[in-house]
Design a protein around this ligand. Structure first.
Ligand code: SF4
Length: 303
């Protein structure tokens, strides 16, 4: 990225009262241009408190929707309208309704990585960092957990007193990582610690020194007194390597752990979005927004 482009983005951002949010999995040059970076829920919460009237959400569609749910009065723009989430696409609201009919006494618990339409037909949301706490507090005969079978299995293993039934969805990025690849990485970097996201399969998570959300992985990696192998989307290792040059981080299969939908946005596209020449403004029916917000509010109450 040239200095001229960086300066122009800063100038246009100011002139248009725009703030740029970027998910941790975004390319390093987008992270550099962002005003706030973090995971999807942290960004949505931060957005709601911002004074700016325009928000550009560098991430995938469900993340821009989450911002709109919590900050309805703001203009929320997704620079790359095609950027979706493979996991969020694995369940549809009508499938949840049919599932609920088969389990009428169950509480429906949705991972935050879901569309607004999915959240609207669920009882409570969880993030990967709040999932254990919230599921532990749910007073229900049965919990229907969706859409991630890996995160659901990880929670179920740690909440043995809960009856959890899992939807068969997964993150097409994290789920591809194999035990063999993990063992190879550990062999290549003896003495290094391994941090992974619970969206990975159990055969991977079982070899980790810690499993947690992207924010928890970053925190663990910064504080560790040994090198750390980063077992989540490569954007996390990209950022850590750049921000902490004195610490040792290793990528775990960066070709496998690359979410293509997270890499659509370039500085040029971002400038076009700021100028209103690219991107999509998120519109949301108020009834849908309020229903989706209910499951997020329940998460905040319990979390
Ligand atoms: S990494 Fe997985 S869960 Fe995250 S946006 Fe990409 S497909 Fe969705």
């Amino acid at each position: 990225m040239t200095d001229a482009l960086r300066d122009l983005i800063a100038k246009r951002k100011k002139e248009t009262d725009t703030v740029i949010l970027a998910h941790t999995y975004q390319p390093p040059e987008i992270i550099e241009l962002a005003d706030i970076t973090g995971d999807s829920f942290a960004l949505a919460k931060a957005a709601a408190k911002l004074p700016n009237k325009r928000i550009i959400m560098c991430g995938v569609r469900f993340m821009a929707e989450s911002v709109k749910i919590l900050a309805p009065e703001k203009q929320v723009i997704l620079p790359a309208p095609d950027a979706g989430c493979g996991m969020a696409r694995m369940i549809k609201p009508e499938e949840i309704t049919a599932w609920k009919e088969q389990h009428p006494d169950a509480v429906v618990c949705a991972y935050i990585n879901t569309t607004a339409a999915t959240k609207a037909v669920c009882d409570v949301c969880v993030t990967s960092s709040s999932a254990l706490r919230i599921v532990g507090k749910l007073d229900a005969e049965e919990i229907l957990f969706l859409p991630d079978r890996n995160l659901g299995g990880w929670i179920a293993a740690q909440c043995p007193d809960k009856k959890m039934t899992l939807w068969n969805g997964y993150c097409p990025v994290h789920d591809t990582l194999t035990e063999e690849q993990v063992l190879q990485a550990k062999n290549d970097h003896p003495g290094a610690l391994l941090a992974v996201h619970p969206e990975c399969r159990e055969e991977v998570v079982r070899h980790a020194d810690m499993a947690g959300s992207t924010a928890e992985i970053i925190d663990f990696a910064i504080k560790a007194d040994k090198p750390v192998i980063i077992g989540t989307e490569r954007g996390v290792a990209d950022t850590l390597t750049k921000k902490y040059p004195d610490k040792e981080f290793y990528y775990l299969c960066p070709e496998t752990l690359t979410c293509p939908d997270m890499k659509y946005i370039s500085p040029e596209l971002l400038l076009q979005a700021i100028n209103g020449e690219a991107g999509e403004t998120i519109e949301m029916d108020e009834e849908l927004r309020l229903k989706a917000k209910k499951s997020i509010d329940r998460m905040l109450e319990l979390g």
